[in-house]
Design a protein around this ligand. Sequence first.
Ligand SMILES: [Fe+2]
Ligand SMILES: [Fe+2]
Length: 336
Amino acid sequence: MRGDSSGPARRERADFRNAAAGTKQVATILHISDLHFGPPFVERVGEALLRIVPRLEPDVIVASGDFTQRAKVEQFELARQFLDRLPDVPLVVVPGNHDVPLYRIRERLFEPYRLYRQYIAPELDYKVELDGLVIVALNSTSPVRTIVNGRIDEEQLEYCSRAFADAHPEAAKIVVAHHHFAPAPDFVRDQVMPKAKRAMDRFVSLGVDVVLGGHLHRAYIGNSLDVYPGRDREHGVIIVQCGTTTSRRGRGREREKNTFNLLSVGPTTLRVTHFMYFDDLDGFAPLSSHLFPRPGHLIPHETRGPHEAQGPHETRGPQQAQGTGTTSGDSPPTAR
Ligand SMILES: [Fe+2]
Ligand SMILES: [Fe+2]
């Protein structure tokens, strides 16, 4: 389903992708989220996404939850039809809090994932291994314990440990979950999952390269060190949160906006390009690009001498996408 793969057309697509990604690649990951099929879904934006994705030639597509608005059969059907129109590459998915019934209490309590499993994916926690990548998908929804927020329990962290245990040393280790493990450091208040810091510490110890998520309805591209203490860069994990790719539920600085991320995983670096939908283009275009060193590596142009490794003038790779500020986790949860 990648279309014409010969000659100039293919080169043009490759140039487009390289210009967007800007680095030598091992693997390209398209990261979309919060499609919200149902009333919030914006058809023209969805069509724009379907037009651009083949040109980006992703090796894998990650969709980090909230496929529907109210977990209804017809919304799951539309979501499934949409996913089937994406290029035929591996698709990694996790459920979001909107993918379990909210008001249908019996279903919520006794079979919360029935429709999700039927239409989106049968598994909830699982591992996908691709050339150069190990991706662990974790179900962060917890229909019985919480409504909007999520949970990751110790068992799931143990699963992560086992899943990454036999990964090739060079492979990028990627975790996908709908809910965020660190609050975005902007001016919108968000409640992280209970024990989110514990999970992030575990990811650090496992050498996880990047955590992908959604739920916030605005992008946040940064590092856990933006919000959690740590004594050096190796104690941070790159965080890539995706805005809502196709719904009118954008929030904060992405209010009424639609975005997705393109990750280019190289041998030593990870580049994240943030795409936004623009009305005048009737399409998505890159808005910014963020280069990070992968664990144990440096970013280009960076030198690490004996005295500059931790020096104040060192250029740090982990940078947040937009805006800084303080965010505390004590505000009431907001439905997303
Ligand atoms: Fe959500
Ligand atoms: Fe959402």
